[in-house]
Write a protein that binds this ligand. Structure first.
Ligand code: AMP
Length: 374
């Protein structure tokens, strides 16, 4: 991890002050300046208060007092560790990025830390909500790499990481390893899913290529992954066809679990995918396996409509009020009645009235067995 563990990236002044509490003269950290992008701020605890020194970046050099200049932050910190040189105190004790350190340690111990040197990033294949997705090569294996810049998302992921390393199922996109970089950037390495997202797959192939058997298979794959998450008390929160990926051999796998906690725990419900999120999750942020079941109903609808956007022809603003009054989408063209019946059960307003993934899986298998006999 190198020596820059006192570097906390883009945190606010208030967050910095909280990190330097309780007061301890000489306790310090460096953050990226929120007011002056590109500049840094040195925050030092001194006699019970926190001083914030702006570090100016000028002509490739860093300086606090415009007398003493440094090539990099390491040199600057080292200088002020030896001598206060005008600061309220000399720098005595770095406030470490604890989350990162703990996570990195845990990854190393559990064998999930990958070596950056073994990973070749080849090209960008997608832009996700959380950063670029690239295809890479890890010791001869083609892999997908999510590059998450150091921020709240990375922190949230690190917090969830120990759970994610324990999840393993044929229909979950498998985590292969994690690289935490010095500055707190994060690479999440997963298996490569050659055929991209399910929604694109459905749209590009369409009705003429994909038969009923195929749609049912996708529905079952996703359901089996969700049954597994249900059994492990893991809530996905963002289940949708865009977050299901298809492998080279046409296996659908659920992706992006463990990345969504942060977005939904903030007060910002505006960011939630309204058409996929259950009413109680939108209203009171009550996320549960049952809210995943609601989303699964929408995902079933996406599958059987070959990747259409849900609630067609209804303005986004009207979706929630209408759904709360009990409105349910119609069956997609050609959708078997038994499958549509499952969608409607998933869209029961009372979460307790919705089926479990286990029951959904049993019913889907039953539907499949019947279709195969016809
Ligand atoms: P995401 O950040 O998960 O929304 O990913 C954005 C896009 O990157 C997806 O729509 C896929 O096209 C691509 N992608 C993400 N993960 C993988 C993966 N494991 N294998 C192949 N492509 C991926």
């Amino acid at each position: 991890m190198g020596e820059k563990l006192w570097f906390h990236g883009k945190i606010t002044r208030e967050q910095a002050e909280r990190l330097l509490y309780p007061p301890e003269t000489g306790l310090f950290l460096v953050r990226e300046s929120t007011n002056y992008p590109g500049d840094y701020t040195l925050c030092v605890s001194c006699d019970g208060k926190v001083e914030h020194y702006r570090i100016i970046y000028h002509d490739g050099k860093l300086s606090i007092d415009e007398e003493e200049y440094f090539d990099n932050l390491m040199q600057l910190v080292e200088h002020y560790t030896k001598d206060a040189d005008g600061l309220c105190t000399r720098l005595i004790k770095p406030k470490l990025m604890e989350g990162t350190v703990a996570a990195q340690d845990e990854f190393s111990r559990s064998g999930w830390a990958m070596n950056r040197k073994d990973l070749k990033l080849i090209q960008t294949i997608g832009k996700g909500e959380f950063g670029d997705v690239m295809v890479g090569d890890y010791r001869g294996t083609k892999v997908a790499v999510k590059c998450i810049k150091h921020d709240a998302t990375a922190q949230a992921f690190l917090a969830e990481a120990s759970v994610m390393t324990q999840l393993r199922h044929t229909n979950l996109v498998q985590l292969l390893g994690v690289i935490v970089e010095e500055r707190g950037s994060l690479f999440i390495v997963t298996e490569y899913m050659a055929k991209g997202s399910l929604v694109d797959y459905l749209r590009s192939r369409g009705r003429t290529v994909l038969g009923g058997e195929c749609l049912l298979k996708f529905s079952l794959y996703v359901c089996e992954a969700m049954e597994y998450l249900e059994a492990n008390n893991f809530v996905h929160r963002d289940l949708a066809a865009r977050n299901v990926l298809v492998s080279d051999d046409n296996i659908a796998k659920v992706s992006d679990f463990g990345l969504t906690k942060e977005a939904s725990s903030t007060q910002d419900t505006a960011k939630l995918p309204v058409k996929w999120t259950s009413p109680e999750a939108l209203r009171e942020k009550k996320f549960s396996t049952k809210s995943d079941v609601w989303s699964y109903g929408v995902l079933l609808w996406e599958i059987y409509s070959f990747g259409r956007v849900p609630y067609p022809r209804i303005p986004l603003k009207e979706v929630v009020p209408r759904v709360e009054k009990g409105y349910k989408m119609e069956a997609p063209d050609g959708c078997p009645a038994a499958v549509y019946d499952l969608m409607k059960q998933c869209w029961t307003l009372d979460p307790a009235g919705r089926p479990s993934f286990r029951l959904l899986r049993e019913k889907l298998q039953h539907i499949r067995a019947k279709e195969l006999h016809l």
